[in-house]
Design a protein around this ligand. Sequence first.
Ligand code: GRG
Length: 288
Amino acid sequence: MNPSEYLNIQKEHVDSYLDRYLLPETVKPESIHRAIRYSVFSGGKRFRAGLCIAACETFGGGLEHALPIASGIELIHAYSLIHDDLPCMDDDDLRRGKPTLHRVFGENIAVLAGDALNALAFDLISRAEDCSLIRILARAIGTEGMIGGQVADVESVEKVDLTVADVEFIHTRKTAALIRASLEMGALAGGAKDRDVEMIGEFGAYIGLAFQVVDDILDIESTDEVLGKNVGSDEDKDKATYPKVYGLARSKEIARNQIGRGKRILDRIERETEALRGLADFVIGRVY
Ligand code: GRG
């Protein structure tokens, strides 16, 4: 099975789980439940959920162990996208080919929908027996992780002497931290031993960085139609990206090298890692 087919299958599982979990739009206050569903079911790839499920299954866990966690991770991801698009952040109009949440529901509801998704995600993750999953997620999205990366990203815009280290700092936190945590949490839910969780986390750090480097490249080389968002916005906003500090050709090489390093970590795991390898290749091959 190719990685896109694999992701589409996992996406169906996750979407159906979330459809049952999230409150219907008819529940008061209707606006927040409509907004949450608008954001969650707007067509994401479910890459982080796919990683979580693949990691869980790699270590012998079943889909039923992975699904609440994979779904919770996608709620965190949805929350980060809503807040990232806000006028006080990137001020974007388009996401996944549709108007951004605040353009449809207003800024106040968008902020609250993001906050609600954060709370709901922890409700789902708390269904895992092992409470260390909650700690992994909280750290991955806090000031040492996603939020820390976002702060550095926002502040980098005014930086005149942006360095390679600055961009690496942003990317490893803003994007790679959640990707890494998705794998670690999936592995733990599948019953992996500490050493394997550590290795899967290292794999996640490599492919997570590559994911954001490819995101930077697509923002230059793709189109609005294919990407579902406004391309060229990084350059317009003078954002800290790999192509900005390394150029396009070297950025592509770096992304490929990261994937190669990640796969070499998988060689050391004494399990069938085909699904994880496929998802690593997906990072490089993806067009949106
Ligand atoms: C929610 C913890 C938290 C923090 C808010 C706004 C913010 C702070 C962080 C922004 C993080 C962010 C949006 C990083 C970009 C990551 C990225 C490459 C997103 C696109 O991911 P895809 O391609 O999207 O997987 P789809 O649409 O497929 O789900």
